[in-house]
Design a protein around this ligand. Structure first.
Ligand code: PEP
Ligand code: MG
Length: 598
């Protein structure tokens, strides 16, 4: 074999982060491998070193300012397809904020002075410490740590006098390959049509880059290990953004496979999108509403393209997690107003922030042994009235601009609901005194995601305007199985009888009280569960954009009466395995290709 022909193909397994298949020549973005020299300085060099550090930081700041300007320019050019851009401009602001932060710089300078470390080393040390303090937060924070590497690389490269590629323009039709993409890179480089696929060594499904890729519909595999080391510039790379596979230098038959898969995917998408404007109505006339989940307002256009009838969940904690400073009331207001205006007359369900003790940048950091059961979401919110008030005032001010629905996360009982409502009314009265009017009626709803809330759904339903069942947490708390822990993932089963009973009780309680009930956990976006959810009587299902067409297809092909029958029979079984097997058999016969992987 040696020396004969091209090297054999290699397959890497990563995490599918944006659906679709793509193949094309690789374009490597080389940012990850800057080497940091480490040495001690003689005392007389310290002052000069600090000057060198300050110059590099200033230069980094100027470079980011230039990027920021390009972003602004692109924003005013409507032809540029954007996703996440405004949000990303803010991220650059956050980087710049850090570069200008006296405390951050003071720490680096003090390492240079006291330990006489060279500037590159001191920068890495301080950033490592900051990262360490983020390590125990949840996934969002772990992924935000990549941003600090980005900042560190930039300063170190400037210290070393290396040119920092501002932003290389990727050639048309390429697969972008990078160790990780900072939000700034993602925003500038992921141009649909130009970049047809993305592979990164690091990152996870909920990382910022993955969100941007999904919003821009660029098939993506993240967490692909050492892709950047194995892929050479110009190598053909084929990727599957659903299965998470990356084939480097595919053989002719492998390429033909991917090509066929891509054609199937695209024609399937086309077929699915053809139903965009059809209602999600069962054959016997039960009308469901399919809505979208978003983390960034810029994801909304993709929802409309996929036929969402509104937004069922906007996770506002992302407003806090991407920046250095707390968002002000006006920051909140601007985001909500634009979103509501753009969506109108569709409803927009905005969830108040689901943050925890260690999840507020710059805020108090308490260590909790068990953060998932700790001071987070509404509990944290009620303990941080100033933050809550700023968000509520912004929501009320924005409510005039569209159809706002306000939703509270992790409510465990009536007390939290009542307290939150009192804050809302207080904010409304306060605004009234300032002469600012809010919409007269703003539906106030709660996430039903704690078993306690499900168990008293009848009481809660009397005091709120809608429910949204959050199965991601409901399953986790009911089965006491951490949603991110692979050791207990075998227990994490939405079709456990205990979960079905809770959903059933919640839906019935809502309907008895005359309020609608939605579901916005991942279960809602999986076509496999669609018949069960129709049978249980959900009024709305909220999911990511790309899930909508498939779920709609199942809903439109079903009879609600048949779905109720499936639920009745399924709930006759005792174990999750039996229920799953039964549902699988019933679904496979009818919707083969939609549920084939189960
Ligand atoms: C849920 O718990 O199902 C949910 C939608 O909320 P999150 O995933 O943001 O916790
Ligand atoms: Mg939740």
């Amino acid at each position: 074999m040696k020396g004969d022909g091209p090297p054999a193909s290699v397959t890497l397994q990563g995490v599918g982060a944006a659906p679709g298949m793509a193949f094309g020549p690789a374009f490597l973005v080389d940012r990850g491998s800057v080497r940091t020299p480490r040495y001690h300085l003689p005392p007389e060099k310290v002052d000069g070193e600090i000057e060198r550090l300050r110059a590099a930081v200033r230069l980094s700041d100027e470079q980011l300012g230039a990027v920021r300007q390009r972003v602004e320019r692109d924003l005013s050019a409507p032809a540029v397809p954007l996703g996440g851009t405004r949000e990303h401009a803010r991220i650059i602001d956050a980087y710049q904020g850090m570069l200008r932060d006296a405390f951050f710089l003071g720490e680096i300078e003090s390492l240079v002075r006291t330990e006489r470390l060279n500037a590159e080393w001191a920068v890495r040390r301080v950033l490592r410490r900051v990262k360490g303090s983020m390590a125990e937060g949840d996934e969002y924070f772990r992924e935000r740590r990549g941003d600090l590497d980005f900042l560190g690389d930039r300063i170190v490269r400037n210290l070393l006098g290396q040119t920092v590629e501002t932003f290389a323009v990727p050639p048309a039709g390429c697969v972008l390959v990078a160790r990780d993409l900072s939000p700034a890179d993602a925003m500038m480089m992921l141009v649909p049509g130009r970049v047809i696929g993305l592979v990164t060594d690091l990152g996870g499904r909920t990382g910022h880059t993955a969100l941007v890729a999904r919003a821009r519909e660029i098939p993506t595999v993240v967490g692909a290990g050492d892709a950047t080391r194995r892929i050479g510039r110009g190598d053909v790379v084929a990727l599957d953004g659903v299965r998470g596979t990356v084939v480097i230098r595919p053989s002719a038959p492998e390429l033909a496979d991917v090509e066929a898969g891509r054609d199937r995917f695209l024609s399937h998408e086309r077929e699915m999108l053809a139903t965009r404007d059809f209602p999600a109505t069962t054959r016997d006339g039960v009308r469901l509403r399919l809505l979208g989940n978003i983390e960034f307002p810029e994801e909304a256009p993709s929802l409309w393209e996929h036929g969402a009838e509104g937004i069922g969940l906007y996770r506002t904690e992302f407003l806090y997690l991407d920046r250095h400073e707390q968002p002000t009331e006006d920051d909140h207001f601007e985001v909500y107003r634009k979103l509501l205006e753009a969506a109108a007359p569709r409803p927009v369900t905005i969830r108040t922030f689901d943050l925890g003790a260690d999840k507020v940048p710059g805020g108090p950091r308490r260590k909790e042994a068990n953060p998932a059961m700790g001071l987070r979401a509404i509990r944290f919110t009620l303990r941080a009235p100033a933050l809550f008030r700023a968000q509520l005032r912004a929501l009320l001010r924005a409510s005039k601009f569209g159809q706002l629905r306000l939703m509270l996360p992790m409510v465990s009982g009536l007390t939290e609901l009542r307290e939150a409502r009192a804050h809302l009314e207080f904010a409304r009265a306060e605004l009234g005194r300032e002469g600012i009017a809010a919409a007269e009626r703003i539906p106030l709803g709660i996430m039903v995601e704690l078993p306690a809330a499900a168990a008293i759904a009848d009481r809660l339903a009397r005091e709120c305007d809608f429910f949204s069942i959050g199965t991601n947490d409901l399953v986790q708390y009911t089965l006491a199985a951490d949603r991110g822990n692979p050791l207990v993932s075998y227990l994490y089963r939405p079709l456990h009888l205990g979960i079905l009973r809770m959903i059933q009780f919640t839906v019935n309680a809502a309907h008895d009280a005359g309020i609608p009930v939605s579901m916005c956990g991942e279960m809602a976006g999986d076509p496999f569960y669609a018949a069960v959810l129709v049978g249980l009587g959900l009024d709305e299902l909220s999911m990511s954009a790309s899930s909508i067409p498939a779920v709609k297809k199942v809903v439109r092909a079903l009879d609600a009466a048949e779905a109720r029958q499936i639920v009745a029979e399924a709930m006759g079984f005792g174990t999750a395995e039996e229920i799953e097997r039964f549902v699988r058999e019933r679904m496979r016969g009818r919707f083969g290709e939609l549920v084939e992987e189960r």
